[in-house]
Design a protein around this ligand. Structure first.
Ligand code: TRP
Length: 336
């Protein structure tokens, strides 16, 4: 068995603002991983255009997400931070993977069904082969560890299948089997208006989410207005069963505080929601308002953001180019 050097790769789409769900479910982990791993963090702008994007808004969103990455604590000195389209090897490898992956595999992807909606004939071909591009993102770096949420696990499985089929078809041990990876905890953050739905940038109600650019006042207001039920808070985690709003607020508190759900219930169990909400509003403002301020400061410095992405793209390319050159050789193209 070939052993592969450990390397972390992950990415987010530059569409809409990042919110608390992205922060507690992903970014906090990405930041931690930098301490112990070589990390490559991508702004996946090529994935974004699988659904039409206004070009001016897209360019802005690429810079905004980069500013949020940095404000959350991704460090461009320790990690590679870049945008996908500046490294053409992603597109090149994705083409090879279009020829490795089978139609039947892609037909099973549940996210395509959700995103394409009722009229599948009208969906872009890019949306359909989106998972192949994601596999190329990961495997262009021979990444071994991929922090992703539940909703991306199926795509990661596909990347593993593509890696295995490529190795098998060409009789090589070239690509690793990338694994899902979580350091510490990832918290599934739900809508503040409906505890059964994920917090989402596409929810029409802005009260449903805390954006990473919200002001201190907005953060506090949204928490105070968050939906609750009528009962007192339980003292044990088991008491949160069937109470999605309570579970969500307690989970958010624990994650922001770096403690456990039991810690939160020991403190607030038996009390009304208002006590928890007041404390959570203070905690969320303390943790998130500085990120918003730093994001805004960075957004005002476009030259710096563009510089981070240009530098990151050059470093990313230095890794991906030799790997994709080997792929050309393996599949039988002429390599000069
Ligand atoms: N599809 C991922 C999402 O929407 C984003 C993504 C693209 C990604 N390429 C990736 C995540 C590679 C991890 C690794 O969340």
């Amino acid at each position: 068995m070939t052993t592969f050097t450990p390397r972390v790769f992950s990415g987010m789409q530059p569409t809409g603002n990042l919110h608390l769900g992205n922060y507690l479910g992903a970014m906090l982990n990405w930041v931690k991983m930098q301490d112990t791993n070589e990390c490559v963090y991508c702004v996946v702008d090529m994935h974004a255009i699988t659904l039409w994007q206004n070009p001016i808004a897209l360019r802005q969103a690429i810079r905004d997400v980069t500013a949020a990455y940095l404000a959350c604590g991704l460090d461009p000195k320790r990690s590679i931070i870049f945008n996908q389209s500046q490294v053409p090897e992603h597109a090149e490898l994705a083409w090879v993977f279009n020829c490795v992956a089978r139609l039947g595999w892609l037909n099973r992807m549940t996210q395509f069904k959700d995103k394409a909606g009722k009229d599948k004939e009208a969906a872009s071909v890019g949306l359909y082969v989106y998972p192949n591009l994601m596999a190329a993102d990961i495997l262009a770096y021979k990444a071994t560890h991929v922090p992703v949420g539940e909703d991306q696990k199926q795509h990661l499985e596909l990347a593993r299948d593509i890696a295995a089929k490529f190795n098998n078809d060409y009789e090589v041990e070239f690509f690793p089997q990338p694994e899902p990876y979580i350091v510490g905890t990832a918290t599934r953050v739900m809508s503040l208006r409906d505890g059964t739905k994920k917090m989402s940038k596409s929810d029409p109600s802005d009260l449903s989410r805390i954006n990473l650019t919200d002001s201190a006042d907005d953060i506090a207001k949204k928490i105070r207005k968050a939906k609750t039920d009528m009962d007192a808070l339980p003292s044990e985690p088991a008491g949160l069963k069937g109470r999605p709003e309570a579970e969500n607020l307690v989970g958010i508190f624990a994650a922001l505080n770096g403690g456990t759900v039991q810690d939160v219930l020991t403190q607030f169990g038996g009390g009304q929601f208002s006590g928890l909400k007041n404390a959570l509003a203070d905690l969320a403002v303390e943790k998130l308002a500085p990120i918003a301020i730093e994001t805004k400061r960075l957004q005002a410095d476009q030259t710096y953001i563009d510089q981070v992405l240009a530098d990151g793209s050059a470093r990313a390319r230095a890794i991906a180019a030799p790997i994709v050159k080997d792929v050309r050789e393996i599949v039988g193209f002429l390599v000069s």
